[in-house]
Design a binder for this molecule. Structure first.
Ligand code: ADP
Ligand code: ZN
Ligand code: ZN
Length: 730
């Protein structure tokens, strides 16, 4: 009886449920879980992943097909298991989840889209070394001697980097003095380093040493059944990264590998640079802005064990690391860890799962950890900044009677920063010029034709734009409804604040720099360039969205300002308080590091009494977290229950609502509370309706929702409606 492989063909169709059995011909008898195969499927040839091996099949032999060929490289078996878990955990399909763990460049097509790159490489031979050592036996010109000496000192080099021409190298090779042959070349991404970093570990502070102790103990004595899970809760500037680095060093020394997740590479160049400075080529960086070739080669370096530390954003949680010993999740409160495409996985949860399966220690860190993590992980505290400075005082500025987006105290403080030649960071929660436009005469508001949201003015671009679908129009001069020429601009975005500050304060010695999603569109490295300019400037202001508050370590910022702390608070979401607290605390964390004079933080708000803002102003993380956990327990929110959101979208509002109602009926009494259907605002021309399921028992609720969504998707209504389920929505 020939052996059988159970294969999951990589299609995106939800309706197909694998795996499917294939008979293995002798040439493929050794395929294993994770092997990629080109398989015949429904009259086509598809790429498939072996998810199981079996001795026999229920399918009669004459109906079994054979795979055509193996496709290299294979996926580690551990990642196949992880993908199957993700499919179940996030109401997705196995095929879609497997796409997440494929080697870069492998896709739906059968042929790999990336290949190893080869280059002609020259290496000095033993004979060449002998000739160098003893100048008499071989006659060498000065030029030839230089080339051989260079290769002897630097090791093998691509022919183009030897300094000799091709003919010259060939003649040396013909005399046996060097080897010249094509070899696989690894493309190594360059990561922009912000600020020089020393490869040497500093002496730890007492707090850091105490924090490291339980982590090292857990790494030294891994508990096979329940590996340790830590939350490093350290105030901003308390030196969390140094704890990560030394924990990573210990894991490597124990022969294990390390996974380091950061929320966004562009905003974490300092963290990446520190790992590279400390560990050199042992570090592989994985992220989507790399060229596909670079990503492929970094993937191979990890899969082969050549690199032992993977650093990257959420998708790096699928790095092909063997013998995983430590999983680090930096800035664990960041919502960027949640993936917004199907499967809607949360990299923090996947990281925890991966660590548990591999028996690795989990180390999540933040100055503003999520209540969920405080609840579930063993908390280690760092209460003081490394430099011994106190956290900067925070003043709350009441904006209820304000006429101008900048409070007089803010204007004065910015003036002080300029006079003193220091730096300030100003956070505005909205990009663009103003939040919306309206007609002063008839009240008409300019909205997106595709989505039910107001269009935002982008003055420099000369457009009003939808921040959801990207729709753009020219800035109106007259009202499209009544023809009036009086158009009012409401609210202030980053662009307007940047312009106002530039007019009031800016000059060549005091640059006003902007950082937001519009900056990021300036291409690869645009964000890093702005951060770098701010870092090297002697003084100035960095204005931007939440991006300005993310983990940067600039030693000379003396003022931090949040212009509209309510923006996050008004969001109808149970995480609004948590986000607002994190935003203010994180921004406060950027101010008053190093330099003389203490920092100062100003928080402009329409709700000066909001608990999250008041707690952040007191730097009272414990009080805030305790209150928040209490509130969530009372209202049955995570971590005391799981939320699952089901969104139905269709051209007709009635179809969307009917589908949501049908899902609701099918979920039935699965021991869960179902809220809705409730209409959602129209997006990209599609009407939407949603349900929110609140469940104390997670597994059965996920299964019930997945079943209901699948059934409705397969019904007649399902042809007109798109359904998606989001477990742990953000
Ligand atoms: P956090 O991530 O907790 O905000 P960082 O890791 O960015 O803090 O550390 C803040 C600064 O302190 C960095 O410039 C870092 O290089 C420095 N630092 C960290 N640990 C030490 C130490 N033990 N001795 C001296 N400097 C340190
Ligand atoms: Zn009008
Ligand atoms: Zn739109």
């Amino acid at each position: 009886m020939p052996p059988i492989a159970r294969v999951e063909p990589l299609t995106t169709t939800r309706a197909l449920r694998g795996p499917f059995d294939y008979r293995l011909p002798p040439a493929l008898a050794d395929v294993a879980v994770g092997t990629l195969l080109a398989v015949p499927f429904a009259g086509r040839e598809l790429l498939g992943v072996v998810v199981e091996r079996a001795a026999q099949s229920d399918v009669p032999d004459e109906r079994l097909a054979e795979p055509r060929a193996r496709v290299e490289p294979a996926i580690p078996a551990e990642l196949v298991e992880l993908a199957r878990w993700i499919a179940a955990e996030y109401c997705s399909t196995c095929s879609r989840a497997l796409q997440l763990v494929l080697p870069p460049g492998a896709g739906r097509g059968v042929a790999p889209r990336v290949r190893a790159r080869t280059a002609l490489v020259a290496e000095v031979s033993a004979q060449g070394r002998a000739a160098l050592a003893d100048g008499a036996s071989e006659r060498l010109t000065a030029r030839q001697r230089d080339v051989l000496a260079r290769l002897a000192a630097d090791g093998p080099l691509p022919a183009t980097e030897t300094g000799a021409d091709h003919g010259g190298l060939r003649r040396l090779a013909a005399r046996g003095l060097l080897l010249l042959e094509p070899r696989a070349q690894r493309r190594r991404p360059l990561v922009q380093a912000v600020g020089a970093r020393s490869p040497h570990a500093p002496a730890l502070t007492d707090e850091q040493r105490a924090a490291l102790e339980p982590i090292l103990a857990a790494l030294a004595a891994p508990a096979a059944d329940a590996p340790a899970r830590f939350l490093l809760h350290g105030v901003t500037g308390s030196g969390k990264t140094e704890v990560y680095l030394q924990a990573a060093e210990a894991a490597l020394a124990a022969g294990r590998s390390v996974l380091v997740l950061v929320p966004e590479i562009a905003l974490a160049p300092q963290t990446v640079a520190r790992f590279q400075a400390r560990f050199g080529d042992t570090v592989a960086v994985l992220h989507s802005q790399l060229g596909q070739g670079e990503r492929y080669d970094e993937w191979l370096r990890l899969a082969s064990g050549e690199a032992r530390i993977a650093v990257g954003p959420r998708s790096a949680v699928f790095a092909p690391l063997g013998a995983l010993g430590l999983v680090i999740v930096d800035e664990e409160h960041e919502s960027a860890y949640k993936h917004e495409g199907d499967p809607r996985y949360d990299a923090r949860r996947v990281a925890a799962k991966r660590a548990a399966v591999a028996g690795a220690v989990l180390l999540a860190g933040s100055a503003t950890p999520r209540p969920e993590s405080v609840h579930a992980l063993a908390r280690i505290r760092l209460r003081r900044r490394v430099d011994g400075r106190p956290l900067p005082p925070v003043e709350v500025l009441d904006m209820r009677d304000a006429r101008h987006p900048l409070h007089p105290v803010t204007r004065e403080a910015l003036g002080d920063v300029r006079r003193a030649g220091r730096k300030a960071i100003v956070l505005v929660n909205r990009r663009g010029w103003s939040n919306f436009l309206s007609c002063r005469h008839c009240g008409h508001v300019w909205e997106c034709p595709q989505c039910d949201v107001a269009l935002v003015l982008h003055q420099r671009e000369g457009a009003i734009a939808c921040h959801h679908c990207g729709h753009r129009e020219r800035i109106p001069t007259t009202c499209t409804q009544c023809g009036s020429a009086s158009v009012a601009r409401h609210g202030a975005g980053t662009e307007r604040i940047e312009t106002e500050l530039a007019e009031a304060l800016g000059d060549p010695d005091f640059p006003i720099l902007r950082l937001d999603a519009d900056t990021a569109r300036g291409g690869k490295g645009a964000v890093a360039r702005v951060l770098e300019r701010f870092d090297v400037a002697r003084a100035g202001v960095l204005v931007g969205t939440q991006m300005v508050a993310k983990g940067h370590d600039f030693p000379d910022v003396t003022l931090g300002v949040v212009l509209d702390a309510d923006q996050t608070l008004r969001f109808p979401d149970f995480r609004a308080e948590e986000r607002t607290f994190a935003l203010v605390a994180q921004l406060a964390g950027r101010a008053g590091r190093g330099g003389e004079g203490n920092g100062r933080v100003l928080v402009q708000t329409l709700s000066p009494d909001a608990p999250s803002i008041a707690a952040a102003a007191r730097h009272d993380a414990d009080g805030f977290l305790a209150g928040e956990l209490e509130r969530r327990r009372a209202l049955a929110y995570p971590p005391f229950a799981s939320l699952i959101r089901v969104t139905c979208s269709a051209e007709e509002a009635a179809d969307a609502a009917a589908a949501a109602e049908a899902v609701r009926e099918r979920i039935g009494a699965a021991d869960a509370l179902v809220l809705g259907p409730a209409p959602l605002f129209r997006l990209r021309g599609r009407e939407r309706s949603q349900l929110v399921v609140k469940a104390a028992r997670r597994r059965p609720a996920i299964a019930a929702v997945a079943g209901a969504v699948d059934a409705v998707a397969r019904s007649a209504l399902g042809r007109r409606v798109q359904l998606s389920a989001d477990v742990d929505p953000q």
